[in-house]
Write a protein that binds this ligand. Structure first.
Ligand code: TEU
Ligand code: CA
Length: 537
């Protein structure tokens, strides 16, 4: 394979020019199903992403994080991988991925893929072999197969629930047709958990990493990176009553077992064979000391910090989230990350109150996130100020909807395809009649086309903010100094000279001294209205 050219690390306005490219990067999360559809089947694909690289360049982002595009029967939209070293035909083929990487690099944009190590699909060759091979076989030891409890073995081996609802165990039929063992799936039944004590499981992930890194991919976001290790003997757990679907409480035996760190150390050695390749963990761990363990120098480079994502619209809560995010990385001298939303949570416009209010607050919060040191992750559509969509029951696809017995609607509402142009759905997303999830007609006001022309649009605010952050030396330095501010507000200053003030209160406040670089809405005089943030130098 020919050597792959990677873009040069950005240097200006980022402090230390020797810092790795990802340290202060703006990552743009592409949910491939929902970005752009190139072949007219109503579902976004790799050729679609490739066709809109010009848009991403205009937006000014440094890297794309692509949600899973590997072969999958799509029981959880690609998080159930049946062949980790191939592209699913729904999204294209290997040549499409290579072309996307090459074109992105030519525009100075890096490409990070999504790696799913905790589980595979029931259609993965290993799982099929395990079903055929029978109890006690070598094939079953790659997974967590156990006999059931009770006289007929018809009670699950332990009392763990699935994150998506219902038990975390499914019983199989043995090759001879008798009711058989159970297998563990912390997520959907289509996602059997791998047993990470199995040497071949560890080795195979190394092969997968090298497969993509050899093709020029710049790193991976690692799914459920706090989940791979399971406690010995898979004990019962008390306290599931307080467990929420999709939640992660500190005592939860399914996650954050100490043995997981050995796995990360082994994976890191593979990353280290590829200078510049970044490992970003999805770590739902609230305690910042536990969280920091994942970022020790021989483990992950970056980890998603979800404190801002989970924080209410309240100045103290937001400041607390930022402080936690900074504290989480300081002890290990890692770099912080900031994320307001992703494909698993309600969009920020909706979380902050929807409509004009939610939009104003979401605009203010992206200025807060971009004013902080570290990497920022932007979920596709956030730059358009998209809200969540209330979808009708019959279109819901998230396994959570079925598994919860239709009590939890799941995550489809934040995954509705992007509106690109025109006055009616599907807004240029696809040449098919409609997109895989219906877009609301009122998104005609939020299309890329409309917003590109409007200097006051959310898209224009993102472009301007990303550009300023990249160019200005006021963003240099890794520290954050807090300033006294009126009730309902927060203010912090970066060593380079940037001040960011957020008014999350109910009344306008006076701006501190300084020249306004950018504000999340038009300001009059020296007043900062509620639901607004400003950058000053
Ligand atoms: O999510 C991991 C995870 O634990 C989620 O359940 C998360 O807690 C929840 O969605 C937050 O609301 C990852 C992926 O991001 C998600 O899309 C997958 O469904 C999941 O892994 C299984 O692979
Ligand atoms: Ca398509």
């Amino acid at each position: 394979m020919s050597p792959v050219a990677h873009p040069a690390a950005p240097t200006s306005g980022r402090g230390d020019p020797t810092a790795p490219w990802w340290r202060n990067a703006v990552f743009y999360q592409v949910y491939p199903r929902s970005f752009v559809d190139a072949n007219g089947d109503g579902i976004g694909d790799l050729a679609g992403v490739r066709s809109r690289l010009g848009y991403l360049e205009l937006l000014g982002i440094d890297a794309i994080w692509l949600n899973p595009v590997m072969r999958s029967p799509m029981a959880d939209h690609g998080y159930d991988v049946s062949d980790p070293r191939d592209i699913d035909p729904l999204f294209g083929d290997l040549a499409d991925l290579e072309a996307l990487v090459a074109d992105a690099h030519a525009r100075g944009i890096r490409v990070v893929m999504d790696l799913v190590p905790n589980h595979v699909s029931v259609e993965h060759r290993w799982f099929r072999a395990a079903l055929e091979a029978g109890p006690g076989s070598r094939e079953r030891r790659r997974f967590h197969f156990r006999d059931g409890r009770g006289p007929d073995g018809n009670t699950p081996p332990n009392n763990w629930p699935s994150v998506f609802g219902g038990p975390a165990w499914t019983r199989i039929t043995e090759p001879d047709g008798t009711p058989g063992q159970w297998y563990l799936h912390v997520f959907a039944p289509g996602q059997p958990d791998l047993d990470w004590d199995d040497e071949e499981v560890v080795e195979d992930l190394g092969t997968t990493l090298r497969f993509w890194l050899d093709r020029g991919v710049d790193g991976f976001r690692i799914d459920v990176a706090h989940g791979m290790a399971k406690p010995a003997d898979l004990p019962d757990h008390d306290g599931w009553e307080t467990n929420e679907l999709l939640g992660h409480s500190p005592a939860d035996p399914r996650f954050n077992n100490p043995e997981v760190h050995d796995i990360h150390r082994r994976l890191r050695r593979v990353f280290d064979e590829y200078p510049g390749a970044v490992a970003i963990g999805e770590i739902w761990v609230d305690d910042h000391e536990r969280f920091a363990e994942y970022l020790r120098p021989d483990e992950l480079h970056l980890a998603f910090d979800f404190h801002l994502t989970l924080s209410d619209w309240d100045a103290d809560a937001i400041r607390g989230a930022v402080e936690k995010g900074l504290a989480a990385v300081t002890s290990v001298q890692a770099s912080p990350t900031w994320t307001l939303s992703n494909h698993d949570v309600d969009r920020e416009v909706t979380r902050y109150g929807d409509g004009e209010l939610g939009t104003a607050r979401a605009r203010a919060m992206i200025l807060v996130a971009l004013a902080l040191p570290g990497a920022v992750f932007v979920y596709n559509g956030a730059e358009l100020g998209l809200p969540n969509v209330d979808l009708p029951d019959e279109v819901l696809q998230d396994p959570v909807w079925e598994r919860s017995g239709h009590t939890e609607r799941g995550r489809d509402g934040c995954r509705v395809p992007l509106p690109w142009e025109g006055g009616t759905p599907p807004f240029g997303f696809t040449s098919a009649q409609s997109a895989w999830l219906p877009q609301p007609p009122e998104w005609s006001a939020l299309t890329v086309e409309t917003q590109l022309e409007d200097v006051d649009s959310t898209l224009s605010l993102y472009r301007r903010a990303i550009e300023i952050r990249k160019e200005r030396t006021e963003f240099d330095g890794n520290e954050v100094a807090w300033y006294g501010s009126p009730a309902g507000c927060l203010a912090f200053r970066r060593p380079g000279g940037l001040t960011c003030v957020l008014n999350a209160g109910d009344v306008a406040v006076e701006l501190p001294p300084g020249e306004v670089l950018l504000a999340s809405r038009t300001l009059t005089g020296r007043e900062l209205p509620p639901d607004t943030a400003v950058w000053l130098v």
